[in-house]
Ligand binder design. Structure first.
Ligand code: IPD
Ligand code: CA
Ligand code: CA
Length: 265
């Protein structure tokens, strides 16, 4: 399958997968299982992941996958077509009936991200980017914002699965952000936070630890939308292990890293 054809196929596929989330019966107590402290998985996470892997494998038999709800091997990253999937990002929102969750899908080819898509099935918003061709929301071009200082809104993640170690530094940094920028938000889906940065709805994002399925598509879409993304000390994000994520427009991103120079994680 040619690259453009592949991208169109993936866009259609992620829209179809959204129906699994939209039609979920959230009243059923037995749909949720615990994976650890404050960390849950539902049968809809598993169904969405299975649907995506099955359909992609049928179309691209050599495809490899890194997906949240399965065992993974980083060797997949060097494949011609490695798909990185978060079947539901914002599972806690999903379980509670807060309609702010999404599906995140990135295509990495021999270690380089070439396509990313984030779909919010509740607002029917598809954020996507193709390498070198810019970023789009429902086919309209999007760009990161130019707001700075007290015009800027910061959205952040609390690294809820590592709150014993990362809760305190997160709160220190968020207090500094409240002082340096306009206001703060915590919405509960890292992938949508990143998509909203790309669309200029938020101006800054940080979370001290995220997994590759949380950020692979979002990082790529932000870059194609003109924004900056790095780890805490300015290093590029690592696809082969969890890392911190700092994102925004270039000026804000630099200021945020300065505010975090003495933060230790
Ligand atoms: C989580 C969400 C949340 C973020 C966590 C992620 P999940 O993903 O993106 O906003 O703070 O770090 O793990 O578990 O809902 O897929
Ligand atoms: Ca996630
Ligand atoms: Ca998830």
């Amino acid at each position: 399958m040619r690259f453009n054809e592949k991208c169109e196929f993936l866009k259609e596929l992620i829209l179809s997968a959204g129906e699994i989330m939209r039609s979920a019966d959230l009243a059923r107590e037995d749909m949720v299982q615990s994976k650890g402290s404050a960390n849950f998985v539902t049968e809809y996470d598993l169904a969405t992941q299975e649907f995506l892997i099955k359909k992609i494998s049928e179309a691209i038999p050599t495809a490899r996958f890194i997906a949240e709800e399965k065992e993974n091997n980083n060797e997949a990253l060097s494949a011609e077509d490695c798909f990185i999937i978060d079947p539901i990002d914002g599972t806690a929102n999903f379980i509670n009936g807060l309609k702010h969750s999404c599906i995140s899908l990135a295509l990495v080819s021999r270690g380089v991200t070439v396509f990313g898509a984030i779909y919010d099935p509740y607002f029917n918003e598809l954020f996507y980017a193709k390498r070198g061709e810019g970023a789009y929301l429902n086919e309209k071009p999007i760009h990161t914002s130019s707001r700075e200082g007290d015009r800027a809104l910061v959205v952040f993640g609390s690294s809820p699965y590592c709150k014993d170690t990362l809760g305190a530094p997160t709160l220190t940094l968020i207090e500094r952000c409240l002082d340096a920028f306009g206001d703060i938000r915590r919405l509960g889906s890292a992938a949508l936070d990143l998509a909203y940065i790309a669309a200029g709805r938020f101006d800054l994002f940080f979370e001290l630890k995220l997994s590759v399925w949380d950020f692979a598509a979002g990082e790529f879409i932000i870059r194609e939308a003109g924004g900056a993304v790095s780890q805490l000390r300015g290093e590029p994000l690592s696809l082969d292990r969890p890392c911190s994520v700092f994102a925004g427009n270039a000026a804000n991103h630099k200021r945020l890293l300065e505010l975090a120079t003495d933060i230790k994680i």
